[in-house]
Design a protein around this ligand. Sequence first.
Ligand code: UDP
Ligand code: MG
Length: 318
Amino acid sequence: MDKITIIVPCYNEQEGVEQFYTAVTDVLKDIKDCEFRYLFINDGSTDDTLLKIRELAADHEDVSYIGLSRNFGKEPAMMAGLDYAEGDAVIIMDADLQHPPQLIPEMIDWWRKGYDDVCAKRTGRDDEAWLKRTAANLFYLGMDSVSKIKLQRDVGDFRLLDKRCVAALRLMRENQRFTKGMYTWVGYRKKEIPFHVQPRAYGKTTWNYLSLCNLAIEGITSFTTAPLRMTTMLGMGVSVLALGYMCFVLFNALCYGDPVAGYPTLITVMLFLGGVQLLSLGIIGEYLGRVFTESKHRPAYLVDEYNGIKVIYDSPVK
Ligand code: UDP
Ligand code: MG
């Protein structure tokens, strides 16, 4: 009998928790040779999500839950889930039913055929805004060309992970997490199965363009130092150009007695160099910032309670 834990990060999902449980159990009851457990992670919701989860756990013995001490974000919430999950495999799902549970039997089939990471790949992003799609395409294109890690396209967190992958992911304790890249980084045998993303069943998404932009920077800075290399190259390129131009100006002035070109050239060059310098500083700062946060070695999340028991951090975490 295989044991599988379903990890569900929840942030302000009070309307959906129960609906989610019913929908998923409905699919799972037909899978006979597996034992399923649910692990809900309340990511510091400001509504009654925790209450709903507690009720659910009281009614059903296959439900466990973790309450985080505040809202840490989906990535740390998933990390908590991976840390506390038990069994032979885990399935990570959103609580808002955007991930169709009907895919689970197929995932399990592939897992049994020997794949360690069976992920759902969304087909067509037609329902998304043009800008979001283009931005996503650009991001993947950029990452592919600069990073050694090839990100999986249009693949999110909806996936089945073998316990080997989970163990590997647990080793990665970084605070600023770009899980998408981490799944690729750990490797193992991957299988992508197509699915169509459902519209959110209720409530509204917590994502916006700013958070997507942040996620992209997160992704780049956590998986490649290519921007630093590019600044070096840019610096070298600009220096060579400047040297060439200097020779040209000197030559003109000395041989032809040409007066030095005036204000327009000067201001353009100054502004351009200023821009390049600021950009380079920004890029260095971005990496320095990461070093700063990571060097504090803080835990990525704090658990407030685990299945109703208050957690005290007087000893190393679990
Ligand atoms: N989520 C979370 N912490 C957060 C934000 C979101 O645990 O700070 C959960 C949320 O409850 C949901 C999942 O992450 O189960 C995906 O969130 P959302 O639906 O807002 O994102 P989208 O589906 O639009 O990518
Ligand atoms: Mg969603």
